[in-house]
Design a protein around this ligand. Structure first.
Ligand code: GDP
Ligand code: GDP
Length: 472
């Protein structure tokens, strides 16, 4: 499971500067989908091979009385759900009463907390940070978020247990067919040979995905109808479902079967748990949702027809795409709406969700059950797309057709030339295109290629990543 790191501290100490630095590379992927708003509070980041969730708690304003009461609810929840908290202070401003109040709270929570003194660039850091020992949080990590200084050491310490775990159980990366033959001139015969070899490698490494259960996460913001839908799905089944244990900060994993296909439903709304212990309402947790998305094969994002598309919907969608998960969209509460209203909603969906036209969109009523059964066809289709096996010769042929239909542009007087393409991984599908000057391809041509691959390979409901490598 992905660890959660929470950034805490009074305003202006540099939290968002650090947040941006750590999440920047992942953001580039979301930028491929113009139309997404990015929620600056939650981000995915990666340290070496370890992916983690970073939360900027933002909302803590230490100038108020009674810090515990005044802390924004989301900030409290984030601290509660975090594996490690980074308390950030400003080395230039010195110790403030707000820092003390926040530190006192964290000591009471008994969370693993690291004290981070920021803005240590250009000052005598040791003497400037000495007074922060009074906070009683032990060692002080000196950083300059704006310049990256001290950040790696900080992460190494913050994520040490998770990094160790990863190193102990990690398999080698799945870079199946990367070739790296510097300086070789590729003629056609060599290309054929190379492709034949790559095809063989790919055959051997192909894992049959078909028998594995599909992990399906049902996510959405509060009140869109997740619990109603989960109950509807489970109620319709003739199969026996049983619950796997989980804590309140985790989703409930429910194995089920439908039309001979095994699924594990990842229930973020906590329906089964609620039923068991008669808990009134499951608290909506962004972090729980993000973890469920990471753990799923396919995400069913539930939207509320009556509420339209909100920024929170879009940021959840961004997270799904960023994580490379397959997606099916369900517009719920479609019952009892007039034709006019339905048309209006459809226009809004077109306008705001046009950028993910590769995902299936269903109009359902979880309450009455209409449309619910059809969701599973799209879930299976999206999963099949994400795990589809494609070999090098096929990808290269498709790439060649795309190039013949529409030549790449000239860059600095030379025509960009695509040479061959191979699979770089599955789930989500990654395609690596090799050629000359490919790094200079304009975004419009990259999008054209992605769409060409998508249509030719009939990939539905899953983001494709195409990467470009210079040379052979
Ligand atoms: P937040 O309110 O805690 O999110 O703080 P910001 O990230 O918005 O940073 C507040 C101010 O501190 C901005 O003007 C930043 O440019 C500045 N700042 C952030 N990190 C550093 C740093 O490492 N060194 C210096 N000198 N300034 C920084
Ligand atoms: P959750 O917070 O996403 O789990 O949402 P719930 O399943 O608790 O539903 C929130 C509210 O929406 C409840 O009052 C449901 O009865 C109502 N609701 C859920 N699905 C539908 C639907 O398909 N049609 C209508 N009209 N109401 C629905």
């Amino acid at each position: 499971m992905m660890p959660v790191v929470a950034l805490v501290g009074r305003p202006n100490v540099g939290k968002s500067t650090l947040f941006n630095r750590l999440t920047r590379t992942r953001d580039a992927l979301v930028a491929d989908f113009p139309g997404l708003t990015r929620d600056r509070k939650y981000g995915q980041a990666r340290f070496n091979e370890l992916e983690y969730i970073l939360v900027d708690t933002g909302g803590i304003d230490g100038s108020e009385q009674g810090i515990e009461l005044e802390m924004a609810t989301q900030s409290l929840a984030a601290i509660d759900e975090a594996d490690v908290v980074l308390l950030m202070v400003d080395a230039r401003a010195g110790l403030t009463s707000a820092d003390e109040a926040i530190a006192a709270h964290l000591r009471r929570c008994q969370k693993k907390t690291l004290l981070v003194a920021n803005k240590t660039d250009g000052i005598d850091a040791d003497s400037a940070t000495g007074e922060f020992y009074q906070l009683g949080l032990g060692e002080i990590y000196q950083i300059a978020a704006a310049h990256g200084r001290g950040v790696l050491t900080l992460l190494e310490t913050a994520l040490a247990p998770q990094l160790e775990q990863l190193a102990a159980g990690s398999a080698p990366a799945d870079e199946a067919g990367d070739i790296d033959e510097d300086g070789l001139e590729f003629d056609d015969a060599m290309l054929e040979d190379a492709m034949a070899v790559l095809d063989e490698v790919e055959e051997e490494e192909a894992i049959p995905f078909e028998d594995a259960p599909i992990k399906l996460a049902i996510v959405g913001r509060p009140n869109v109808g997740k619990s109603t839908l989960t109950n509807r799905i489970l109620g319709e089944e003739r199969v026996v479902v049983y619950d796997m244990p989980g804590t309140t900060r985790d989703s409930v994993y429910i194995p089920m079967q439908r039309d001979e296909q095994d699924y594990i439903l990842i229930d973020t709304a906590g329906v089964r748990r609620r039923g068991r212990v008669h808990e009134a309402v499951e608290k909506f947790s962004v972090i729980k949702t993000l973890k469920a998305i990471e753990d799923a094969n396919v995400v069913l994002l539930v939207l509320d027809a009556r509420e339209g598309i909100s920024d929170q919907d879009l940021s959840l969608l961004g997270f799904v795409l960023n994580a490379g998960r397959s997606i099916v969209l369900a517009v719920n509460k479609w019952d009892g709406l007039s034709t006019d209203v339905r048309d209006e909603i459809k226009r809004e969906l077109d306008r705001r969700l046009g950028f993910i036209d590769f995902a299936r969109l269903h109009f359902i009523s979880a309450l009455h059950g209409s449309g619910v059964g059809n969701l599973f066809e799209s879930v299976k289709e999206a999963y099949a797309s994400a795990t589809k096996r494609v070999n090098t010769s096929m990808l290269t042929r498709i790439m060649q057709m795309a190039q013949d239909d529409h030549q790449p542009p000239l860059v600095r007087g030379r025509r960009v030339k695509l040479k061959y393409a191979h699979a770089g991984g599955y789930n989500p599908p990654r395609i690596i295109v090799h050629g000359n000057q490919v790094k200079d391809l304009p975004d419009s041509y990259k999008r054209y290629l992605i769409n060409y691959f998508r249509r030719s390979l009939q990939v539905v409901g899953t983001p494709i990543r195409v990467e470009f490598q210079e040379g052979d």
